[in-house]
Design a protein around this ligand. Structure first.
Ligand SMILES: [Zn+2]
Length: 217
């Protein structure tokens, strides 16, 4: 694993989408509501609906682009309420969708299980299927896909929510299509490492705001 490449990739991602910094600056009610939405996703694997959460807190989370509201329900990175080209499943719940390739690779950490991931090479369309565990250090197969991350200019960063801007530029490539690319391409292990570090603050929040009995629904 190229540690300096991983470090730069993480820095670029946090610069383009400072999700952790945005959440950590918010008051407790906002952080707690955010954690409840994440917990819903992790344990139910389907989109929660807005009515379960305090309205003002939800509005703030949407304004921060931490939560994405759509007709399908509330998405929360890494989980997408809308269908995307990346499907993830783990036997216990119905399959769901990830916001982008790096997000998909972080999901085994939350589900604490082997995850079946299905997508397509962004360039040639060949199907990509892999089983992914929460551990980054498992060796990659020779036919493992790569992850391409194209970072954005400042204007694109501020004009779009991440799910319709940044996320569309983070995708899987088959080994053939990734062959001659270097700088913006990450091995599966490198990209999973970036994803897990990017979302690590969410596991900290889940511990800081444990589920309360009255919020058991
Ligand atoms: Zn390809």
């Amino acid at each position: 694993m190229r540690l300096d490449h991983v470090e730069r990739g993480l820095e670029n991602l946090q610069r383009d989408f400072p999700l952790q910094a945005r959440i950590s600056n918010e008051p407790e009610l906002i952080q707690r509501t955010y954690t409840q939405i994440l917990r819903f996703w992790i344990f139910r694997s389907n989109p929660p609906s807005a009515q379960h959460f305090p309205e003002a807190a939800l509005r703030r989370l949407i304004a921060l682009d931490a939560v994405v509201s759509s007709a399908e329900g509330l998405g929360a990175y890494p989980f997408s309420a809308k269908e995307t080209s990346i499907r993830v499943a783990h036997g216990k719940h119905r399959p769901t969708f990830a916001m982008c390739a790096v997000d998909a690779l972080a999901i085994p950490l939350f589900w604490k299980s082997l995850v079946r991931l299905e997508s397509r090479c962004h360039a040639c369309g060949v199907g990509i299927e892999l089983d992914l565990g929460p551990c980054v250090d498992s060796p990659c197969a020779v036919d493992a896909p790569f992850v391409f991350m194209h970072f954005l200019n400042r204007q694109t960063r501020t004009e779009h929510p991440a799910c319709s801007g940044l996320c569309t530029a983070i995708y899987f490539l088959c080994p053939d299509c990734a062959r001659n690319l270097t700088d913006a391409v990450y091995t599966l292990q490198e990209a999973q490492c970036i994803g897990q570090m990017f979302f690590a603050f969410q596991t900290t929040l889940l511990q800081a705001f444990p589920e309360r009995p009255e919020n058991g629904s």
